[in-house]
Design a protein around this ligand. Structure first.
Ligand code: SF4
Length: 403
């Protein structure tokens, strides 16, 4: 079993028009108090176990972690290294949005150098689009020129594991626009690319505009056609399509995100962060003042906690496993099931017996799953099950059979 740490930095320079993530204004929020609290939470969570735990991945996400001062990030990484045994070959990712690395090239290089000293060896940048008018419509603070410059400096500083995020189905964007962006992004040669279809969320400026009829959403047909073209182009460009929205050059799959899809343990630190450790899911408070206050009293900021049952475990293993192109095996599902304290008996030895367990647990879903298989949307074989590329279009419906 692998273990990761997720650290949430809930600050951004400006809220994007589509964003429903937990983030606050970077300049008016108590960044110093927050990072001090984060350091303390790291110590508190580490003290819950007698032995120092080994960590395979660290992911600093947000928000926009690169808006933190270098000294604040250094304090956080120092606490992580003090409290956990971070493996020498651990994947350590920082989300670094374009236009937040520095104003001048010299500043950017110094910041990137500091990241490397801290052990950060993977950068994830939210590019989203390579057209300034569309970036402006999305409410992003950067331009395509910022992306080009940051990529040059990132490479110059020797980062050889870079992930770029792209968004498609932005209102007003055509398939041709999205593919032109994709080709520019591929031109940077990133090791990893994530492509997400824009979701219009309630409570965001885009959500309000959609409710008032001021925003014309891209049709489902165009959204799906764009997605399949993206998959084809990325495959032809040497990227493995290993998860619904994620593509990597060989050897560069996100090890941290794979922990989530593999039902491994991860410690969540920071505002609103979620964790899954020792069979327990937890979520921290989303109230910034409460988070800082609880920790200053030496208390954990946990707002919700749930001990997973055997059914929760197998259900989550199948749900998340189906996000991977390889799908989920009956053996993995059985592993997850027998990790829960309420599982009766012991894990079956062979794959066939694991399949029997799977069929027993999901007996009610079997008929519908077979119908999806007959329609070419799901592959069910002697090892397990996986979505086909067409099946991804209705992945939520198929995955919900196993919840
Ligand atoms: S940078 Fe990311 S987290 Fe921050 S507002 Fe934009 S989408 Fe949200």
């Amino acid at each position: 079993m692998k273990r990761g740490i997720y650290i949430h930095i809930p600050f951004c320079v400006k809220k994007c028009n589509y964003c429903a993530f937990l983030s606050f204004d970077a300049y008016t929020s108590p960044r110093k108090e927050y990072t001090d609290a984060l350091v303390r939470e790291t110590e508190l969570r580490a003290s819950l176990t007698e032995d120092r735990e080994t960590v395979d991945t660290v992911y600093i996400g947000g928000g926009t972690p690169s808006v933190l001062d270098v000294s604040q990030l250094r304090d956080i990484m120092h606490a992580v290294n003090e409290c956990y045994d971070v493996k020498p070959d651990a994947e350590i990712t920082l989300e670094a949005n374009p236009a937040t690395l520095g104003i001048k090239d010299g500043v950017t290089l110094a910041k990137l150098q500091a990241y490397r000293y801290m052990g950060i060896n993977r950068l994830s940048m939210g590019v989203q689009a390579m057209d300034n008018a569309r970036l402006d419509r999305l409410g992003r603070i950067h331009t395509k020129e910022n992306v080009t410059r940051d990529m040059e400096l990132i490479r110059k500083k020797g980062f050889d594991n870079v992930s770029l995020d792209l968004m498609f189905s932005v209102p007003g964007e055509t398939t041709a626009d999205a593919l032109a962006d994709l080709k520019e992004v591929i031109g940077f040669g990133p090791e990893h690319i994530s492509c997400y279809s824009l979701q219009i969320e309630e409570g965001t400026p885009f959500g309000d505009m959609a409710a008032n009829g001021e925003l014309i959403e891209v049709s489902d047909e165009e959204d799906r056609a764009t997605y399949h073209e993206i998959c084809r182009i990325l495959r032809e460009s040497g990227y493995e399509h290993y998860e619904i929205s994620n593509f990597a050059k060989p050897g560069y799959r996100s090890r941290h995100n794979s922990l989530y899809w593999n039902m491994d343990d991860y410690i969540g630190l920071g505002l609103g962060a979620s964790g899954f450790t020792g069979g327990v899911r937890y979520k921290n408070t989303e109230d910034l003042e409460e988070y800082i206050a609880l920790i200053s009293e030496g208390r954990l900021p946990t707002a919700e906690e749930h001990v997973n049952t055997a059914f929760d475990n197998i259900s989550e293993a199948v749900f998340t496993g189906l996000r991977r192109t390889e799908g989920v095996t009956y053996e993995e599902a059985a592993d997850a099931y027998f990790r829960a304290p309420d599982a009766e008996g012991s894990r079956p030895e062979d794959s066939e017996a694991c399949r029997d367990l799977f069929r027993k647990v999901f007996a009610e879903a079997e008929k519908e799953a077979e119908e999806y298989a007959e329609r070419g949307l799901l592959i069910i074989d002697e090892k397990g099950l996986r979505l086909t590329e067409q099946g991804i279009d209705i992945s939520n419906s198929i995955m919900s059979l196993f919840v």
